[in-house]
Design a protein around this ligand. Structure first.
Ligand code: HEM
Length: 410
């Protein structure tokens, strides 16, 4: 199979040694990103906390923004809650809810309009060309910008908007039900509102919406000590944008792919080439050296998963969509898994994308995310085809989640 090239999303830096940009060290090589993620001298920026039941309290209590001494115990709370969830069951539930939603949309009973209100302003949104075939048709056009005046998503004859109707809703509703929230459907817009203000730099109106949403989520959560309740909500918030973005990317790049391409392989390669989480940050606790560069104390590092996932040192032919990894002879005629010198080497086995992070802070919800996304994407692959309309993205420093992505019913 001649798989297509998927060029980097706009603003993806090239892969190279760490470089200082606007006060951050930008780290783009796979080995350098892994070195930082697994070195305890680099820590996550810590959230200070705030009044009980607010967004600031949530940020100050979840493992994600905790200092190294508090992190293991808090992470264990989230991991314990996840241990009760069976990924196969999550996938089946996501399949059922997606099927039910498509049935209703197809019958014209509900509207697929996006969750725009909960996400706040989408000023500066950018559009990129929609997928007109993806891997099946040899791709093409993916990653281009386009300035067209396509109207906002919503139900139109034979079409649906995937992000609001499914990608932003189904994974959260399924997870919220299994985590014991009393009203899983009402949890969805609340979690979405918290996610919109979760990372530093949110505007005051978004923070006020998130404060109200945290209170609502606590009210519908099962009784638990404050730290356990916060980390349960933290699971939902962490799941929200990233899982929606993965579904969006899989639909954009793989909706028309041949059925022989397994959905797990599709998701893995989409995570590498169009990651919903493009980067994460660390702060250096002292003077360190990274790839020959002197990093000062308190320096901030921006670890670019999107660049590292295309590092030619670990991904031969890095821009090519290659499900299952380099499993066929490459363009130089080398056999699968062979290094430059032709020797088969461990280092040249397919290397996982870095999109779920690595080390002690790496994503504990990876299997759950993949199961939920697979449940949604599989139904869409069976019942829908690309609409060819532009895909819209809201600007964000580290996330890449379509705000609008249309498909057609078959
Ligand atoms: C495609 C979907 C997802 C992606 C790409 C993703 C990616 C990530 C990444 C990169 C991190 C680490 C950030 C860092 O080290 O700075 C992380 C952390 C985390 N993720 Fe995910 N995630 C996804 C879905 C989920 C889901 C579904 C859950 C829960 C069910 C979840 C729960 C968490 C939690 C709790 C953390 C914080 C871990 C800690 O504090 O140690 N994620 N995720």
């Amino acid at each position: 199979m001649n798989w297509p090239m998927i060029p980097p999303a706009p603003d993806t830096p090239p892969c190279g040694p760490p470089v200082p940009v606007d006060g951050d060290w930008v780290v783009t090589r796979h080995a350098d990103v892994v070195a930082v993620l697994t070195d305890p001298r680099y820590v996550v920026p810590v959230a200070p906390g705030g009044p009980a039941g607010t967004l600031a309290w949530l940020r100050g209590t979840v493992s994600r923004f905790s200092a190294p001494d508090r992190h293991p115990g808090r992470r264990a709370l989230g991991v314990a809650a996840l241990r009760d969830l069976d990924p196969d069951e999550l996938r089946d539930a996501a399949t059922r809810l997606t099927t039910q939603t498509l049935d209703r949309l197809a019958a014209g009973w509900i509207d697929s309009g996006p969750l725009g209100a909960a996400r706040g302003g989408d000023a500066g949104e950018r559009q990129e060309t929609g997928n007109r075939g993806g891997p099946a048709a040899g791709g093409g056009g993916v990653g281009e910008r386009q300035e067209t005046g396509d109207p906002a998503g919503g139900a139109r004859a034979g079409r649906m908007e995937v992000m609001g109707a499914l990608a932003r809703r189904v994974p959260l509703e399924v997870l919220a039900a299994r985590l014991g929230l009393a009203d899983p459907a009402a949890a969805v817009p609340a979690v979405t509102a918290v996610a919109a203000a979760y990372h530093p730099g949110a505007d005051p109106a978004a923070v006020a919406r998130a404060d109200r949403a945290v209170a609502a989520l606590l009210a519908m959560s099962p009784p638990a000590p404050a730290e356990a309740a916060a980390n349960r909500i933290g699971l939902l918030v962490q799941a929200a944008d990233a899982t929606a973005g993965l579904i969006g990317a899989a639909v954009r790049h793989g909706l028309a792919a041949p059925a022989a391409l397994g959905t797990a392989d599709l998701l893995a390669e989409v995570l590498r080439l169009d990651p919903p989480v493009r980067a994460t940050r660390r702060v250096a606790t002292g003077a360190t050296r990274l790839a020959g560069r002197q990093i000062g104390p308190d320096a901030t590092l921006l670890l670019r998963f999107d660049a590292a996932n295309r590092d030619p040192a670990v991904h031969p032919d890095p821009d090519r969509f290659r499900p299952g990894g380099p499993d066929q002879a490459d363009h130089a005629g080398r056999p699968a898994g062979a290094g430059r010198n032709g020797h088969l080497a461990l280092a040249h086995r397919p290397v996982r994308a870095l999109t779920f992070g690595a080390g002690t802070r790496g994503c504990p919800g990876e299997r759950h995310a993949l199961a939920l996304a697979a449940g949604v994407v599989e139904v869409l692959r069976a019942r829908c085809r690309p609409a060819g309309t532009p895909v819209r993205y809201a600007p964000h420093p580290t996330l890449r989640v379509p705000t609008s992505l249309e498909v057609m019913f078959r």
